[in-house]
Design a protein around this ligand. Sequence first.
Ligand SMILES: C[S@@+](CC[C@H](N)C(=O)[O-])C[C@H]1O[C@@H](n2cnc3c(N)ncnc32)[C@H](O)[C@@H]1O
Length: 209
Amino acid sequence: MEQRWIDQWNNRYSQEAYAYGKLPNAYLQEQIDKLTPGLILFPAEGEGRNAVYAARRGWTVWAFDISQEGQKKALQLAAEHHVHIHYLVGGIETLDNMPDAFDAMALIYAHIPPDLRSAYHQALDKRLKPGGIIIFEAFSKKHINYVTKNEKVGGPREPSFLFSLDEIKSDFAHYTFLELQETEIELREGLYHNGLGCVIRFVARKNNG
Ligand SMILES: C[S@@+](CC[C@H](N)C(=O)[O-])C[C@H]1O[C@@H](n2cnc3c(N)ncnc32)[C@H](O)[C@@H]1O
């Protein structure tokens, strides 16, 4: 992975304020509150707002991200809430040092480089139990029109980093989508997600066998 990409995220997280706030993403909160707590993984989890929320709800939480500064802020947030999370610094290879089978995974604005994306999704899939749940929210290809009108809404400016419904359906072909939407939403998340944006969000269950 390019060092410049890692540095970019470390810079963003090295300030005192939380880039996307300390509160969980609204969709993650709404969906996770419907599930029975178990073992959950948060890939590309940044400063830990979602992971810490899950831990507060009784989940056993694992997370990873390429940013060491993100890890520091996440562990600090966990300490503020008197909960524990396991958080490894690195990419998909960190899975080698994690439990084999998760009950759930939450990909929240996990805008990883496009050349890695499908391999990431495949590797994550191998670690999700049959019947396990994925909760997902991230900016869609249509978001380009929103971020060019209002840069405060944030998100990648490079279309290849944004998600399309077709790619999602293809990467998660052996899942049953309990819901799948491409929708406009108003974001109020910390310093970098403010205003109208366009996202893809879904909840999907991995098919048995
Ligand atoms: C927009 S932030 C989202 C952070 C967090 N999920 C949240 O919702 O607050 C995207 C995150 O992806 C991480 N990231 C980018 N490329 C990655 C990769 N190849 N592997 C793991 N994490 C990556 C970045 O470090 C950053 O923390």
